[in-house]
Design a protein around this ligand. Structure first.
Ligand SMILES: [Zn+2]
Length: 138
């Protein structure tokens, strides 16, 4: 039941690539001996595996053209990170000057909001960001 809700919510945000991919492959009859090709890696895999995916994005990914997706490809690899700065007692530190070290090594400065939160930083993939309290130069 829960999965049903998730799926319908996802469908609304799906781009044409995902929608069309899903409508094509979800309607295929079972083909136990057929193989499908991942255009990106050149690897073959059982065609019926496509039908086991619950959405077009996973299908497109398996087929190697998920890069054409506009709805998930980007957001999936983009990680939004935000931190709450606290003191050693766990109390949020509002209006506090901080330095964030991005995965690239770049240092950005900011001031926490009233809840002690930093700005959101987007990283490609699950990379770590280090946050220091105070000013810090490379
Ligand atoms: Zn998509």
């Amino acid at each position: 039941m829960e999965q049903q809700n998730q799926k319908s919510a996802m469908d609304e945000e799906e781009c044409q690539v995902c929608r069309i991919t899903y409508s094509i492959y979800s309607n295929f009859p079972p083909m136990p001996s057929a193989m499908a090709l991942n255009a990106e890696t050149g690897e073959w895999f059982p065609f019926d595996r496509l039908k086991s995916y619950s959405n077009g994005y996973d299908m497109a990914e398996a087929l190697g053209y998920a890069w054409a997706c506009h709805c998930r490809g980007r957001s999936r690899n983009r990680f939004d990170q935000r931190f709450t700065l606290t003191d050693s007692g766990g109390n949020a530190l509002p209006n506090t000057y901080y330095t964030a070290e991005l995965p690239s090594g770049a240092l950005v400065h900011g001031i926490t909001d009233l809840q002690g939160r930093t700005k959101r930083y987007q990283t490609h993939g699950a990379r770590s960001i280090h946050v220091f309290i105070g000013h810090r130069e490379a």
